[in-house]
Design a protein around this ligand. Sequence first.
Ligand code: HEC
Length: 121
Amino acid sequence: MTRWAPLAVVLLAACGEKTLPPRTIAGADPARGLAVIERVGCAACHAIPGVDWPRGRAGPSLDGFGASPLIAGRLPNRPDLLTAWLLDPPSLAPGTAMPPSAISEAEARDVAAYLYTLDDR
Ligand code: HEC
């Protein structure tokens, strides 16, 4: 096993989970998160419930994302990892097509809180 071993462990742990981990983020506000999403233009690349336009197709639709066990098919969908993903995806998944966003960590936590309201997939 080489450099992928830690990733395999993470994925196995995610698959073994019987229930989804807690999706509440202390101090984060979904309404503020939606405002951040609209300001930075996440919808240029994603269809996002609550954002009428645009509905970009470069990235996956985020409809139902809160119910997904994985982020981008490779990381457990946990608040800490989602916040890190929103700030700097390539640091977690080298080569991913999602670029870093110019938002603060607090803003990323608000955005994550909004995404966790999208759980009706
Ligand atoms: C330039 C296009 C682009 C922008 C801007 C962008 N994303 Fe992404 N996003 C992507 C792509 C492409 C993927 C798929 C990444 C992969 O699989 O490696 C992705 C993946 C994701 C995922 C994982 C989705 C899943 O089904 O697992 C989330 C959540 C996400 N983006 C949220 C956001 C949010 C919130 C913003 C704004 C702060 C944003 N993205 C901005 C292109 C973008």
